[in-house]
Design a protein around this ligand. Structure first.
Ligand code: GTP
Ligand code: MG
Length: 197
């Protein structure tokens, strides 16, 4: 897919205030600091489209971007960030859950997973929650520039083993780096394929 345009549309915490659901939509979610905003910038070739930070908890809103005026890309706050107050965390998960459960044009949720870590309970729980609520998702392994090929394969194999205990097959998954742009075409081609563009 060639990205002709990538434009910020709106940020908010209310599903009702999101743009009219008249285009297919793809959300990016995962633990705080896993690299969601960086991945979005890499995919769209815009260094500063989504705000990134070394400190977890940067993205706090539902952020809509219009891509090629054909589909929406959505940057979401991370889950599992402990440094905000409890009330705040509860509010986040509530509006994120609300968004994921009710957004009718949501075609796929990319669940970002830090490729450097062994399978994390919080990610497995989140994917389980998606599956039990019929929310389509795929996995995106991030920050693979920090690992050797052997380490990447080993960590993905561990995830596969863990996932296959629970499910009959692996969801689609992508191996990416926002530094080297690895996986860019694969993710964008997947969007194109699901969109039927
Ligand atoms: P929140 O919005 O806080 O939930 O974080 P996020 O998931 O959007 O992460 P963000 O894109 O802000 O990146 C977090 C940190 O990881 C930043 O310091 C990035 O530079 C770094 N980072 C993200 N992706 C990569 C990657 O592919 N490779 C490397 N080496 N660093 C990355
Ligand atoms: Mg972010």
């Amino acid at each position: 897919m060639i990205i002709h345009s990538a434009d910020f549309v709106i940020s908010n915490t209310e599903v009702e205030k999101c743009p009219a659901p008249n285009l297919p939509e793809y959300a990016f979610i995962g633990r705080s600091n896993v690299g969601k905003s960086s991945l979005i910038n890499m995919l769209t070739n815009h260094k500063k489209l989504a705000k990134t930070s070394g400190k977890p908890g940067k993205t706090q809103l539902i952020n809509h971007f219009s891509i090629n005026k054909e589909w929406y890309l959505v940057d979401l706050p991370g889950y599992g960030y402990a440094k905000t107050s409890k009330t705040n965390r509860k509010m986040w998960s509530k509006f994120i859950d609300q968004y994921l459960l009710t957004r009718e044009n949501l075609m796929n949720t990319f669940v970002l997973i830090d490729s450097r870590l062994e399978p994390q309970k919080i990610d497995l729980d989140f994917m389980e929650w998606c599956a039990s609520n019929g929310i389509p998702f795929s996995m995106v392994f991030t920050k693979t520039d920090k690992l050797s090929k052997v380490e990447i394969d080993k960590n993905i194999a561990a995830y596969k083993r863990r996932m296959l205990k629970q499910w009959e097959e692996m969801p689609p998954y992508f191996v990416t780096s926002s530094v080297s742009s690895k996986g860019r075409e694969e993710v964008l081609d997947y969007v194109e394929e699901v969109n039927g563009l």
